[in-house]
Design a protein around this ligand. Sequence first.
Ligand code: ZN
Length: 387
Amino acid sequence: MYLLRNADVYLPTPSGRPDILVGGGQILRIEPGIEIPERYCEVIDASGLVAAPGLIDGHVHITGGGGEGGYATRTPELAISDAIAGGITTVVGCLGTDGVTRSPAALLAKARGLEEEGLTSFIYTGHYSIPTRTITESIEHDLLLIDKVIGVGEVAVSDHRSTQPTFHEFARLVSQARRGGILSGKAGVVNIHMGDGPRGLALLKRLLDETEIPASQLLPTHVNRNPTLFEEATAYATRGGFVDLTTSTDPVSLEEGEVKCSSGLRAVLDAGVDPGQVTFSSDGQGSLPVFDAQGRLRGLGVGRVTSLIAEIRDAVMLERVPLETALQTVTSNPARLLKLRGKGRLAVGQDADLILLERSSLEVHSVMARGRWLMKNREALVKGTFE
Ligand code: ZN
């Protein structure tokens, strides 16, 4: 057992400095003045540190992604040390453009590997295409029969790399995800890759207008990729939609008008959006392709999962977003929307996924996942099998 004392505790709501007792992979107690004989637990003085839930990264290309510039541009797999460095204890893996040389089965295997190494992992079945590739015979079968499958994605719309889905194709896919989700007690969320195309969120808005499917079934991502889409997404969130902002970016994209994630959070809050409607994800290990106006590839980078905590830090330090509001975009909000039980909040009975951050700099100091230290005192204690 571990007893953490003197940390500023964010559940993510700020809760003063209660002690936190951890044992058996769970949070056992959160209250002031816990007394346990020292032979039963290690006492950790967390003075000067913030204790918060381990971060949930809801969109990571854990098997690698990319390939938009040919085979040599396929990006590498996620190494667990990157997640640990970024304070991430739960990842949701997804495929992207390539659903031929990348498969949902390989994604599932990688997710299981990360779990064995120490993280909690889930996956979206499918990829950019509609209809999409699955592990078993359908989206509903995957959701009902494979524990790690929590939804579908990332399916692409308003993008030159999409399958140019019609409204009916899109609605059919979302309905399958909804049924599979309901029957399995999972979220069945459809994670939607938004491209730069002028059609923007049209398919999503039409779905909410013309069908009975609720907004919580849809999570459009990369909505900060250009100012027009961002403005439309802000209005979409104002009317109850959920939006996911992507944290990994590069200087070229920012120069060309991408809205930096932390500034985007400030802007949606200023527009009156309920902070509970907003999530951040890294798009880690995805390629960051830059296309010119003719759709020709101009350059390529790789997204980093560590961008998630970097944007939380910038939201707090540069944009003056309260820490609890910034934290909820990567803890309680994704846990609630994706129905990740035991995740995203510090509370008795929840999984002992927690991070300690330096109070002044918000640098990651320690990371615990299911009661096990992955990083302690800035030293990584766990590495990937081949690292
Ligand atoms: Zn994407």
